[in-house]
Design a protein around this ligand. Sequence first.
Ligand code: NAI
Ligand code: PYR
Ligand code: MG
Length: 371
Amino acid sequence: MLIGVPKEIKNHEYRVGMTPASVNELIQHGHQVIVETQAGAGIGFSDADYQAVGANISSSAAEVFAAAEMIVKVKEPQAVERAMLREDQLLFTYLHLAPDPEQTHDLIKSGAVCVAYETVTSPRGGLPLLAPMSEVAGRMAIQAGALALEKSKGGRGVLLGGVPGVGPAKVTVIGGGMVGRNAAQMAVGMGADVTILDRNIDVLRAIDAEYHGQLKTVYSTTSSIEQHVLEADLVIGGVLLPGAAAPKLITKDLVKGMKAGSAIVDVAIDQGGCAETSKATTHQDPIYIVDDVVHYCVANMPGGVARTSTMALNNATLPYIITLANKGYKQALLDDEHLRNGLNVMHGKLTCAEVGEALNIDTVEPLELLA
Ligand SMILES: NC(=O)C1=CN([C@@H]2O[C@H](COP(=O)(O)OP(=O)(O)OC[C@H]3O[C@@H](n4cnc5c(N)ncnc54)[C@H](O)[C@@H]3O)[C@@H](O)[C@H]2O)C=CC1
Ligand SMILES: CC(=O)C(=O)O
Ligand SMILES: [Mg+2]
C-alpha cells in the first residue's frame, strides 16, 4: 500500500503522523511511504531521516493526498485538507466530529473512509489510541493550570504546592480516566490538595487504592461538582463519553460563583468542553477570562510537547497502521470489532452513533457498508 504522511497545519502543531522509525516498519512490511517535506522538521525528524529509511519526500500536501491510498495524520483534517480527500481513500487520524458539524459534512461529502483514533476501542477496555495523548494532556494540564494561576495571567496568585506555613492550592479534577489520573499524579507530586470526581465507582476505587490518602475521591453528582468547583483554585475538565459531545457539567452560573482568579483547564474541549464557558483556543493564544476565571482550552495540548507526543502516539498507532496497510481497510475492519469502532465516516455515510446523535445526522451500521 502507498501511505501518505502530510505535514500538520493546525496552529503550532508540530506532531507528525509517523516517525522515521514507524515508516521503517511499514517499509519492512513491503509498503511505500510518501512524506511531505519538513513534516517532522519541528521535532527533529529531517527529510533525510525519512529518506534514510526509504520514504519518498514530496514537495506538497497536494501531492501526498493525490498519491496515497491511506493518509496518516495527527489532527482532524482542516478545510483545505478535507478538500483533497477522495472517494475510498483511507484517513487515519483524530477527528473529534461530535462538536464539529462542518468537518463532519465535508468528510461525508468526500466519500473517504475515515477511521478516528479516539473511538478505536480495546478488548481490555479503554481507548488505546486516545490514551497516549490523554496521558500527555493530563500531565500538561497541571503545568498549564499552574501558569494560569499566576497574577500575570489573571490568576489569583497561588502556588500549587504552597510553601511551609502556607497551604497548597485546591485542585479539582473532574473525570478519573486517562486525563484525570495523569493530572492528579502531577498535582499530587507538586503537593497540591487534590480531589478527583468520577461517576464510575470502580474508577474511584482504583484511584483510592493507588494514592493511599494522598488525594480525595468523590462520586460525581451535580451537587458534588458544584461544591468542589466552587472551592477550587484550579479545575481540570477530563470527562468523556466516547464519541459524544462532552457533557456541560460546569454551568455559566457555577463559573460566576468561582473564586476570582481561579482557573479552568478544560481538556475535554476537543469534544466541545465540559464548561459552558469554554471555547477552543490555540497554543498561540491559549487563555481567556470569563467572570474573573482564567480559562485554558487548547484543543491540541499534546502539540505543545510535540516530540514526546509524536513518539507516544506512534507507539500506540503503529500496530494499527501496519494492519490497515497489510489487510486493506475492508478486511482489517471486518476482522476486528475494536478497530471497526474507530470507523466514523465511510462512502458518504456517518457510521458513529454518538456523532449522529450529537449532530442529528442519520447513521449506518459499519457492517452494512463493509459487507
Ligand atoms: N485538549 C486536548 O488536547 C486533549 C483532549 N483530550 C480529551 O480529554 C477527554 C478525556 O479523555 P480520557 O481521559 O482519555 O477519557 P477516559 O475515557 O479515559 O476518561 C473519562 C472519564 O470521565 C468519566 N466521566 C464521564 N462522565 C462523567 C461525569 N458526569 N462526572 C465525572 N466523570 C465522568 C468517565 O467515567 C471516565 O472515567 C476527552 O474528551 C479527550 O478527547 C485528550 C487528549 C488531548
Ligand atoms: C486527542 C487530541 O485531541 C490531541 O492529541 O490533540
Ligand atoms: Mg466569580
